[in-house]
Design a protein around this ligand. Structure first.
Ligand code: SF4
Ligand code: SF4
Ligand code: SF4
Length: 257
């Protein structure tokens, strides 16, 4: 099976599984989103480090496994598994129909906005560590989607980001706001420090014709055609660039030597 149909099939499977979990929360079989959300590794993992008592331990462990795996594989979780990544992607496809060309914002603005998710991560950790407040819970999309019966202004903001903004910008939440995405990037950074090799997109300069199509279709707005190896930790390994590239083998995904 080709890569994109296979990826879409895996996304659909995890989407249905997550819908099932959401159903279980609404019907009381599960109590809270934290029981199954890997972001619990931040909210409750940090709290556990502080107090020694780990609430929602299975979700914390699942989150840690995902984070550690990104050191070796990159952010496959985002493009194959995450419910919120899939929602944004499907909406963007729906709105943009077949073209799916990511409207470019300048590298400078992309970099500036990129920082926001690290700020969200820092505030999340600081608020738990020093003030015992789970600040992020008020913005967490997993909480919003599992408490739609208790709508607040924060949840309205999140719903707007996931619906209206999805039209203008591909994976807006992933690129600029998600603290779990930011933490995955931190883990990749430490992976680099320890010289752990991981899968990366590589451009074969001899085959590439510099058409820049890969840049235009990248949902994370990475300028692939300007580098030989995509080092950007925001790459989610969706493979869109490889699929849409007009030159066979101009882009490959492997572990650089
Ligand atoms: S960046 Fe966050 S919201 Fe986006 S796919 Fe990854 S984990 Fe999910
Ligand atoms: S889409 Fe393929 S051929 Fe075009 S610039 Fe990117 S790598 Fe090169
Ligand atoms: S660089 Fe390629 S694989 Fe990585 S996010 Fe962009 S399109 Fe997907």
């Amino acid at each position: 099976m080709k890569r994109q149909p296979l990826r879409n099939m895996i996304q659909a499977i995890f989407f249905v599984i997550t819908l099932g979990l959401i159903y279980m929360i609404y019907t009381g079989i599960l109590m809270l989103a934290h029981q199954v959300c890997p972001n619990a590794a931040i909210c409750f993992g940090v709290e556990g480090l502080k107090s020694g008592n780990y609430a929602f331990l299975p979700a914390v462990i699942a989150g840690l496994v995902i984070l550690i795996s990104t050191m070796f594989t990159g952010r496959y979780f985002c493009s194959y598994v995450c419910f919120f990544g899939t929602i944004q992607e499907f909406k963007y496809r729906l709105f943009r129909k077949k073209k799916r060309i990511t409207p470019k914002i300048s590298v400078l603005y992309e970099q500036k906005l990129n920082v926001v998710k690290y700020i969200v991560l820092a505030f999340t950790i600081i608020s738990i560590l020093f003030f015992s407040i789970r600040l992020y819970q008020n913005l967490c999309p997993a909480m919003v989607i599992t408490t739609l019966n208790q709508i607040t202004w924060q949840s309205i903001v999140i719903i707007i980001i996931f619906t209206v903004v999805a039209y203008f910008s591909s994976r807006f939440w992933c690129r600029f706001l998600c603290p779990f995405g930011a933490l995955m990037n931190v883990f990749q950074y430490f992976g680099n420090l320890f010289k752990i090799k991981r899968l990366k997109i590589q451009r074969n300069m001899e085959v590439c014709i510099d058409c820049h199509l890969c840049d235009k279709v990248c949902p994370m707005n990475i300028n692939i055609s300007e580098v030989e190896i995509v080092q950007d930790p925001n790459c989610i390994h969706c493979g869109e660039c490889i699929t849409r590239c007009p030159k066979k083998n101009a882009l490959l995904e492997n572990i650089p030597k």
